[in-house]
Design a protein around this ligand. Structure first.
Ligand code: GLC
Length: 707
């Protein structure tokens, strides 16, 4: 549809119809014949397919595709403007793919994109045309339950994840071609919630906003995202739901976003109910629309107060028209007017299950493997214990709303199916189960309902009862292999010493148990890398790899051999396992970093020239492995303090036993420059350290210079 057709529609809309268009109301499967009365009365721009505000924590009624067709037919016939059906299709629909933070552990964003493409196919086959995903909140605090919904602590991973999700969800670009609208959330800075406590305020400098919290959103917008959800938190003391600087000047003026913005659930009225930023709901509504919030999720305040705000002149009708225009332009660009319904959308369930398993296999991180005890042989006799030996649902993770629970299995189910020899313990045993086995596999983890929204915790240590089980296991005197099904990063403390091997699996989706067993027995190679830091203790939080250089001693994330330089008197502040870390079953060696040009003129870099590096990676072990090369940069002297390391390149390669592969990395202006507080991007002359290896603390280094 031409944009001037949109102008024609706006010209013909009544004030009531405009107010309806900027309103989203909830629909959770009620009787359609009853519900169309709402549509008649309110004329909403969108329905959110959810019954409660905490959609991520409760199993919702599944989407009834036939109902959406009836509702859309009614809307098109009686309103002339098709509806957007919004749903939290975060990381799966019928098939639960691994959680976002688990997927990010793969460092394989081509595969991540395929997964989101598969999720799209499933959701549009039920008529869902808009998803409130990807969640792009960078986060360094695992106490925050929502860390599991996003890509972790690193801006570059955030950029890669954002691009993969938007391209996967919006593949085809229009309804006719089976696309689904992505929604970038939560704009912006929600992941900095103080103390990891959900819904608290955030204190983010403009410098940090530009260089750490915005990159993922820039990447998503560059890749065609058309909708954004404003976040609950505020910046500089202003709630984002009423923050014109953030929602208009930064999002539109600086990032060039030209779609529309929806509030989070009832977030507009929270500005008067909780934040004390507005005197009442009516004031909230005025502040929100004037700040650039185009649609109200929850459907109360714009509906109830916009007419009065327009009449009083506190909101001009032009502002309302602009919000309507943005919404209609997105619907027009999406081809929704020409094709309000999906046709012939189907998908191959088995193909999606296999893809989910592959994603999970690539996301599992091998943290420890003493004496090469893994992979196990299927001839091994295994003592199997721990609450996650029989757990099924939690593998699907939080925000799995329409998942087919019959598709999810437990580790025990897979052992049975694969006829693995195992005995499992009665967890109620007071004393250590005396296993007649070669080793013990203990499966621990956190329940899916302990993660996601409103699921912050004050202590991210291994739960006491699980530590007690682990100590019981240890008393057998057998090797102990830990399968840790934790979606969030946890603090293992000294318990790490009780394991002989550890696989960190996240919440790995509908085929999570199959993936775990596939890696456990070596049918798949462990290749996951941590997109976050694993601390020794909760007390170290926040501890993350890309912190700015310190003001006195060397930052002890990287170097604290001398206790005098420890940041704490009572403990190291080194991580237990650093960002980017992960082992393979073989042994990979990274050779010298080679570059045929270690100095490039400033103006040449500005004009697009790049530094090129090659590294030979050799597999010195006796089995194939997947190498995940990571390139880090450190700007040694700059007009702002710069991170000690910044991930700026990832290369993956499967390498046969005894074989080598050459990896090539390029670093250009985007990798060497940074944003100033005002959003301008600069590159400065000077030296840069470049590290290439398999974690953020790799020491394989070379030095380059922009002259
Ligand atoms: C919730 C969440 C948001 C979700 C929305 C709709 O409060 O903050 O992530 O998309 O409401 O369920």
């Amino acid at each position: 549809m031409k944009i001037d057709r949109v102008e024609q529609i706006i010209k013909n809309m009544t004030l009531k119809e405009k107010i309806g268009q900027v309103t989203q109301i909830g629909y959770s499967g009620e009787d359609v014949d009853e519900f169309v009365k709402f549509i008649d009365e309110i004329k909403p721009g969108s329905l959110i397919l959810a019954g409660t505000a905490l959609a991520g924590s409760e199993e919702q009624r599944s989407v009834q595709g036939e109902n959406l067709v009836k509702l859309q037919e009614y809307a098109v016939k009686n309103m002339g403007i098709p509806l957007l059906f919004g749903r939290d299709v975060i990381h799966g629909h019928r098939v639960a793919f691994p959680l976002a933070l688990t997927m990010a552990s793969s460092f394989d964003f081509k595969l991540v994109e395929k997964c989101f493409d598969a999720v799209r196919q499933e959701a549009v086959s039920d008529g869902v045309n808009w998803t409130f995903s990807p969640m792009l909140d960078m986060c360094r605090d695992p106490r925050w339950g929502r860390i599991v919904e996003g890509p972790g602590e690193d801006p570059y991973i955030g950029e890669c994840f954002a691009k993969a999700a938007v391209k996967g969800f919006q593949k085809g670009e229009t309804v006719e071609n089976g696309a689904m609208l992505a929604c970038l959330k939560h704009f912006v800075g929600y992941g900095a919630s103080e103390g990891g406590r959900d819904y608290t305020q955030t204190d983010i400098s403009d410098y940090s906003l530009q260089n750490e919290y915005l990159p993922a959103f820039r990447s998503a917008i560059e890749n065609g995202a058309q909708t954004v959800m404003a976040s609950f938190n505020g910046i500089n003391g202003v709630p984002n739901s009423g923050n014109k600087k953030i929602m208009t000047d930064v999002l539109r003026g600086q990032l060039g976003f030209d779609g529309f913005v929806i509030s989070d659930w009832d977030a507009i009225m929270m500005m008067s109910e909780y934040s004390g930023f507005a005197k009442d709901k009516r004031d909230s509504a005025g502040k929100a629309i004037n700040a650039g919030i185009d649609m109200d999720m929850g459907g109360k305040v714009y509906l109830d107060y916009m007419e009065s705000l327009i009449e009083s002149g506190e909101v001009s009708e032009e502002v309302l028209d602009e919000a309507v225009r943005r919404i209609l332009n997105v619907k027009a660009h999406f081809g929704l007017f020409e094709h309000p319904f999906y046709e012939n959308q189907s998908f191959d369930l088995d193909e999606h299950l296999a893809l989910s398993q592959k994603m999970a296999e690539e996301s599992i991180v091998l943290l420890k493997n003493s004496n090469g005890i893994l992979p196990l042989s299927k001839e091994n006799r295994i003592g199997l214990m721990g609450p996650f030996a029989s757990e099924r649902r939690s593998h699907a993770g939080c925000w799995s709303l329409d998942w087919d629970q019959s598709l999810v299995h437990s580790i025990e189910d897979v052992f049975d199916k694969e006829e693995i020899k195992y005995v499992n313990s009665d967890l109620r045993l007071r004393e250590a189960p005396q296993f007649n086995a070669d080793c013990i596999v203990i499966a621990l983890g956190e329940d899916r309902l302990m993660t996601g929204e409103a699921c912050s915790v004050g202590n991210v240590s291994l739960p006491e009862e699980q530590v007690a089980l682990l100590k019981k296991a240890k008393r057998n005197g057998l090797p102990v292999i830990g399968i840790l099904c934790f979606a969030r990063p946890i603090a293992l403390e000294e318990n790490i010493d009780l394991f002989d091997a550890v696989l960190y699996t996240g919440h790995a989706g509908s085929r999570g148990a199959e993936a775990i067993c596939s890696v456990l027995f070596g049918d798949a190679e462990p290749q996951g890398r941590l997109p976050y830091t694993l601390p020794h203790y909760s007390g170290q939080i926040p501890v993350y790899y890309n912190s700015l250089s310190g003001c006195r001693q060397i930052n002890s994330y990287y170097d604290d051999e001398d206790p005098r330089f420890w940041s704490y008197l009572d403990t190291t502040s080194k991580p237990l396992f650093p960002f980017g870390y992960g082992l393979s079953y073989s042994n990979l060696e990274y050779g010298e970093i080679k570059t045929d040009c270690d100095k490039i003129k400033y103006e040449d870099i500005e004009n697009g020239e790049k530094f090129v590096f090659t590294v030979t990676v050799k597999n010195t072990g006796d089995r194939k492995a997947v190498a995940v090369g990571e390139a880090y940069v450190h700007d040694t002297v700059a007009s702002r303090m710069r991170p000690l390391r910044q991930l700026r390149g990832i290369k993956r390669a499967e390498i046969g036993a005894g074989k080598s592969v050459e990896m090539t990395f390029e670093l250009g202006k985007k990798d060497l420059g940074f944003y100033l507080e005002d959003g301008s991007f600069i590159l400065e002359k000077g030296e840069f350290e470049v590290y290439i290896g398999e974690s953020s603390i790799c020491t394989n280094k070379t030095v380059i210079e922009v002259v």
